[in-house]
Design a protein around this ligand. Structure first.
Ligand code: CTP
Ligand code: CA
Length: 225
């Protein structure tokens, strides 16, 4: 499959991409976050725009410039990302969930900075965040859904399980054992769909994003051509 978008395979299609981490506030100066630079998601948004799509990028806290021609919505927490993604997905054709969404949040962020207490441990009770992909999948006419699975072990099993459990059309599995995949320019992915898979070898994230978008366009168009 050649990742060249000369014929604009996604022209006129509405694509939503989520990227980056989410931050869940503990108090005014501290948060719980995920390791994610947002680079892969931003590269995907850029590649989708290159493929002719009308792209909305919902971004968690990242230090990255907005790709040219892409509409960007900035959010901080998982719940804010949930609301922004659902709004953006209204009438969209494809949703690519590349964000590292925080699974848990402190139920209530403290209004004032927490202070230390003579060596006593601090216990935080955490509440599960809503699953954004599952929420989009539950909409009446959901877009073509692409998820990511970042796993440190048993990559294929967990990724294929998430594909089925979340009702996805495709999942991009990312091996993050030993710090791989984070804060680096290169990455590798294995793509799974219901009756197939393909390995995309280690390469710069910008090239990887183009290949991923080419495969998404091919699978999407084979169902909606
Ligand atoms: N995801 C999401 N909303 C969440 C958590 C995850 O939309 N609250 C999406 C991610 O953006 C990703 C996919 O689900 O596309 C898989 O995320 P992952 O963290 O691997 O899966 P989880 O279901 O959270 O399972 P776990 O972290 O326990 O492996
Ligand atoms: Ca998770």
């Amino acid at each position: 499959l050649v990742a060249s978008f000369g014929d604009g395979p996604l022209r006129g299609r509405k694509v939503v991409v989520s990227a980056g981490p989410t931050y869940e506030d503990i108090d005014p100066v501290r948060f719980i976050g995920n390791r994610s630079s947002g680079r892969m998601g931003f590269a995907i948004a850029d590649a989708a725009r290159e493929a002719g799509a009308d792209v909305t990028l919902v971004a968690g806290p990242v230090a990255l410039a907005t790709p040219a021609g892409v509409a960007r919505v900035d959010v901080r927490s998982a719940r804010q990302m949930h609301d922004a993604v659902l709004a953006a997905c209204d009438g969209s054709d494809i949703y690519i969930g590349a964000a590292a969404v925080g699974d848990y949040r402190p139920e209530q962020a403290a209004g004032q900075k927490l202070k230390k207490h003579d060596g006593a441990p601090l216990r935080l009770e955490l509440t599960e965040n809503p699953d954004i992909l599952a929420a989009v999948a539950a909409r009446p006419r959901p877009p073509f859904l692409v998820g990511f699975a970042a796993e440190t072990h048993e990559l294929a099993r967990y990724a294929q399980d998430k594909l089925r459990r979340k009702g996805l059309d495709m999942i991009a599995a990312n091996d993050v054992g030993d710090g791989r995949g984070f804060e680096v320019a290169d990455n590798a992915l294995v793509l799974y769909w219901r009756d197939g898979s393909v390995s995309l070898p280690r390469m710069p994230k910008t090239d990887l994003a183009r290949q991923l978008v080419a495969h998404i366009a091919e699978r999407f168009l084979s169902g909606h051509g």
